[in-house]
Ligand binder design. Structure first.
Ligand SMILES: [Fe+2]
Ligand SMILES: [Fe+2]
Length: 255
C-alpha cells in the first residue's frame, strides 16, 4: 500500500459550526503548547500499542503496516513535543495555566480504550479506522484555525496526511481480513465509541454536579453548624475546672 494519493480530509459539520470556539481554544500560546505536549503523549501511547499489535498479529502484511503506523505515531509525538516545548520556551510561564478544554479539543485518542492483547485483527482495524477518521477530521479543523501560527499549522498539515493514510489502510485491510463481517465490526466499534463517549460525558457531568453540590453544602449547611459550635464554645468555662471531691478521691481510674 502506498501513500501517493492522500484524499482531502475535511472537518465535520459540527466542528465547522463550533469553529469560533476552536479558534478561541488555539489562540492562547500557552494553552496551545500544553495541548501539543498532551497530543504528543497520546501519539506515543498509540505508537507503543501498535508495536504490540504488530508483535501479536499472525498476518505478515498487517505486521508491516502496524509497524509503519507505529513509527508514524512516534514521529507525530516527536513533532508535537518539539513544537510544544518550543512554544513553552518562547514566553515566561504563568503561575495559573490557561484552561485546557481537553474534552472539547482532544487529540488522537489512539488505543487508550482498547486492550490490544485480547483483540482480533478485524476488531482492531475497525477501531483504528474510526479513531483515525475522527482524529483526521479534528486535525483538519485545528489546521484551519491556526492561520496565526504557521509553524504549528505546518505540523498539523504533515500529521494530517499520515492520518488520512491510516484511515484508508485500516479500512481496506478490514475489508480484506473480514470481507463478510466488516460492516458489523464497524457498527460494533461505533457503538463502543458511543458508549465510551457517554461514559466520558457522564464522568465530566458527575464532576460538575459534585462541585456544585459541595459548594452549596459549604455555603448553606456549614454556617449553622459553625454558629452552633461557636455558641457552645462561648458557654464553656475558661481555664481549669475543679472537679467534685468524690471523683477526686477515686484511685481506681484516671477520672
Ligand atoms: Fe498520529
Ligand atoms: Fe494516526
Amino acid at each position: 500500500m502506498t501513500r501517493s494519493v492522500s484524499p482531502k480530509v475535511c472537518a465535520t459539520r459540527l466542528d465547522r459550526i463550533l469553529r469560533p470556539i476552536h479558534s478561541w481554544i488555539w489562540s492562547d500560546a500557552e494553552r496551545r503548547a500544553r495541548k501539543l505536549l498532551r497530543f504528543a503523549e497520546t501519539e506515543a501511547d498509540g505508537g507503543r500499542d501498535l508495536s504490540r499489535a504488530a508483535e501479536l498479529t499472525p498476518d505478515p502484511l498487517l505486521r508491516r503496516l502496524y509497524l509503519a503506523h507505529a513509527s508514524d505515531e512516534q514521529r507525530h509525538a516527536e513533532l508535537f513535543r518539539q513544537r510544544g516545548r518550543g512554544l513553552l520556551c518562547s514566553f515566561p510561564s504563568r503561575s495559573n495555566p490557561a484552561f485546557q478544554a481537553n474534552w472539547f479539543a482532544p487529540g488522537e485518542r489512539g488505543l487508550d480504550d482498547l486492550r490490544v492483547d485480547n483483540t482480533p485483527d478485524d476488531a482492531l482495524l475497525a477501531f483504528l479506522h474510526l479513531s483515525e477518521k475522527a482524529a483526521a477530521s479534528r486535525f483538519a479543523i485545528y489546521r484551519e484555525v491556526l492561520g496565526h501560527d504557521p509553524a504549528t499549522r505546518a505540523i498539523f498539515d504533515e500529521v494530517l496526511s499520515d492520518e488520512a493514510f491510516h484511515m484508508n489502510y485500516t479500512y481496506s485491510q478490514l475489508t480484506r481480513v473480514s470481507p463478510q463481517r466488516y460492516r458489523s465490526r464497524l457498527w460494533w466499534s461505533r457503538l463502543g465509541r458511543l458508549w465510551k463517549g457517554y461514559l466520558r460525558f457522564a464522568t465530566a457531568l458527575a464532576g460538575v454536579i459534585g462541585t456544585i453540590v459541595l459548594t452549596i453544602q459549604y455555603f448553606v449547611l456549614l454556617p449553622p453548624f459553625a454558629w452552633l459550635a461557636k455558641r457552645a464554645a462561648r458557654r464553656e468555662p475558661v481555664g481549669w475546672t475543679p472537679i467534685s471531691a468524690k471523683r477526686n478521691n477515686s484511685m481506681g481510674s484516671q477520672y
